[in-house]
Design a protein around this ligand. Structure first.
Ligand code: ADP
Ligand code: MG
Length: 305
């Protein structure tokens, strides 16, 4: 019998919660994807997602306050993008220590508002509290056309695995000032038949792990094809460090050549085919530079661990 959160781990804790959550029939997808999906109109779903940032866990007071605010809302925008939807409304709940400089608190909030403005999101409420550390929770409600919704569980044999941008090195700064790939996701779901998608928040191996587990398939990654960020020398950094906030998606191979040649964001945001979905074996494998195939070590960011 496990007694502590450390022994159980974040993902197992969430699975245990999920077992005991009853869902109304209007819930299309509850716990387990980048956002929840619920019925809305005849041809649209609502998307609901919340993300919390805590001082000294996700950021420190030595970092620019407007960047902290940006990240607090950008994480949730990234989750809406990963479902193929558009973000529209936000509730912002914050806790500040009593002695925090007013200017710092205001700048955090300005960071949230500026990014909300850029993505045309209306902040329509929230909650303000006092606590020993700064805590910021942003809830976003978005909308997706039913035919554009992409879940984590649809990957099929023979799908190409794609990733936007480059991976690794996020701890060196990118993790605060990243651009959620909303435009790219909307382009993809409007023009291509994606089978599955997730945003990379815990690391490539961990987040691809959610796709393969939920889709009941396996995957092979091509080590040579993993796009590494500048200043990243080891592919392990791309595999295991979180917070790249790039899109990871799968799509039938027959469309991949066209997508790669027509990708309209080439100049700023790359696109790479980094592997393929298999069904004869479960789990994630890597084909290394010498074409040897080996099982990948599990890992990635997990709270309590
Ligand atoms: P992401 O990295 O995409 O933000 P998470 O790993 O944080 O996703 O969460 C995975 C799933 O678990 C999501 O569906 C999220 O809504 C759900 N979840 C996380 N914490 C809780 C909680 N305390 N109660 C209910 N659902 C939760
Ligand atoms: Mg996510």
């Amino acid at each position: 019998m496990k007694k502590t959160l450390l022994e159980l781990g974040e993902f197992n804790f969430i699975s245990e919660i999920a077992k005991r959550c009853k869902e109304h029939k209007t819930v299309i997808k509850g716990i387990g994807d980048d956002t929840a999906v619920v019925e809305f109109t005849k041809d649209k779903f609502l998307l609901l997602t919340a993300d919390m940032l805590i001082e000294n866990v996700h950021f420190t007071r030595f970092q620019p306050p407007d960047d902290i605010g940006h990240k607090a809302i950008a994480c949730s925008i990234s989750d809406i993008a990963a479902m193929g939807g558009m973000p529209h409304y936000a509730l912002v709940s914050i806790a500040f220590p009593k002695n925090l400089a007013l200017s710092f608190a205001k700048k955090i909030y300005k960071g949230i508002q500026d990014t909300a403005g850029v993505f045309e999101i209306s902040i329509v409420g929230g909650d303000t509290n006092c606590a020993d550390k700064i805590v910021i929770d942003v809830f976003i409600c978005g909308i997706v056309e039913k035919k554009k919704l992409v879940l984590r569980n649809g990957a099929r044999q023979g799908d190409c695995i794609f990733v936007t941008g480059s991976l690794g090195g996020s701890q060196a700064g990118k993790h605060l000032r990243f651009t959620p790939r909303l435009k790219q996701a909307r382009f993809l779901v409007s023009n291509y038949p994606l089978n599955s998608m997730i945003d990379i928040s815990d690391g490539l191996v961990s987040d691809l792990g959610h796709i393969v587990t939920q889709s009941k398939v396996g995957a092979i990654l091509f080590e040579d094809a993993i796009p590494l960020s500048r200043n990243v020398y080891s592919v392990d950094d791309a595999y295991y460090t979180g917070e790249d906030f790039e899109l990871l998606f799968t799509m039938p191979k027959k469309y991949s050549k066209q997508l790669l040649s027509k990708w309209p964001f080439k100049k700023k945001v790359g696109l790479s085919c980094i592997g393929e979905i298999i069904i004869h074996r479960k789990g994630i494998f890597v084909k290394d530079k010498d074409s040897r195939i080996k099982k990948i070590k599990k890992g990635g960011y997990e709270h309590f661990r």
